[in-house]
Write a protein that binds this ligand. Structure first.
Ligand SMILES: C[S@@+](CC[C@H](N)C(=O)[O-])C[C@H]1O[C@@H](n2cnc3c(N)ncnc32)[C@H](O)[C@@H]1O
Length: 329
């Protein structure tokens, strides 16, 4: 018997406890408390946790490279540094977002998505994920922060790969807290930006950073006409929707852009082959939550062509993000 394969499957079968342990330590803020290399007991009293349970959870995580145990003392590993709130590329809110009740509940109902191809989030909550955030604003705020966190690794690549200097006005549709738009405006002092998102998100975004040359519009891209601009960004928005809903968003974009405007789709390209990479995992998140998908560049090109756009260029960045430039056909 291949004991290695046997053990691999056995450990995989219980890996939701490993993942849950990661969510719990991110929620508790363990990574923010390690400056003085505390013991598990010291840590537990600071965090109002049980010392024995906390030590065991940290032992499990440390065995997978998250934190290091030095005798009784807890220290950072390279991986656990990313759980610190003050890390410049902190993943704390990103981890907390994946630990939210709706994510956990939807993952638990994956079988429904596999049997039917239907979205689970809309089955679990009225209005799906976005409706859930409206009713649970604290989780919505953490989701928004998670989008900022995941973008930290993408923004420099995007700015290096695409020349935003020709645009005087840039609209970011479903732009979350405005992190991408603020980064573009900081580079291009002649440009103005307009951030479009759902009302609660726009309220959060107004307090999320420097608002110079930035204006805000709240609305629903299925019902509110989109703002006119030289360039319109859709960053990790279309992957949340099936082809029919993407068609509706692209139709609204087409009406707003007119003949001269440029549409910039920014997405993580779906990979082929069997490398155990992020897009394959994200694809199943999209399937489960929304009956949506990660798409290849060719799939995006087809989607755009089917909805009245002509693809001008596709640029892949080293971090796996692709920028697809399109104009009204
Ligand atoms: C996956 S997030 C991407 C955020 C940001 N573009 C980024 O890449 O960091 C999708 C965004 O779409 C927004 N959104 C969802 N449904 C929307 C709707 N009907 N109208 C406007 N925005 C919507 C969400 O609030 C969220 O900010």
């Amino acid at each position: 018997m291949d004991m290695q394969a046997f053990d691999f499957v056995r450990q995989l079968a219980a890996s939701h406890y490993l993942v849950r342990a990661l969510h719990v330590v991110a929620d508790l803020g363990v990574a923010d408390q390690l400056g003085d290399r505390p013991t598990a007991s010291q840590l537990a009293s600071r965090l109002d946790a049980d010392a024995d349970a906390l030590r065991r959870v940290l032992t499990l995580l440390a065995s997978r490279g998250v934190f290091r145990l030095d005798g009784d003392h807890i220290q950072h590993s390279n991986a656990s540094e990313f759980l610190r709130s003050d890390h410049p590329a902190s993943l704390r809110s990103f981890v907390r977002m994946f630990g939210q009740q709706i994510q956990w509940q939807c993952a638990g109902d994956l079988q429904h998505a596999v049997r039917t191809g239907e979205a689970v989030a809309t089955r679990a909550f009225r209005g799906g994920l976005w409706g859930y955030f409206e009713e649970n604003p604290t989780d919505g705020r953490i989701f928004g922060e998670a989008m900022v966190a995941k973008s930290a690794a993408q923004i420099a690549d995007i700015l290096a790969a695409h020349d935003f200097s020709p645009y005087r006005s840039i609209a970011d549709i479903g732009g979350g807290h405005g992190h991408m738009l603020r980064a573009i405006l900081a580079r291009h002092s002649a440009a103005t930006g307009l951030l479009f998102d759902l009302p609660a998100v726009i309220d959060e975004a107004k307090g999320a950073g420097d608002n110079s040359r930035l204006s805000f519009q709240s609305g629903d891209f299925f019902t509110t006409p989109l703002p006119q601009a030289d360039a319109m960004l859709l960053m990790e928005v279309l992957h949340d929707w099936d082809d029919a809903h993407c068609g509706a968003i692209l139709n609204a974009a087409r009406l707003a852009l007119g003949a001269a405007g440029r549409l910039l789709i920014i997405e993580i390209e779906m990979t082929e082959g069997s490398a155990p990479d992020w897009p394959k995992l994200l694809d199943i998140v999209m399937l489960t939550l929304f009956a949506a998908r990660q798409r290849t560049n060719a799939e995006y090109a087809r989607l755009l062509q089917a909805n009245g756009f002509r693809v001008e260029r596709q640029t892949s960045t080293p971090g796996g993000v692709t920028i697809i430039e399109a104009m009204v056909a």
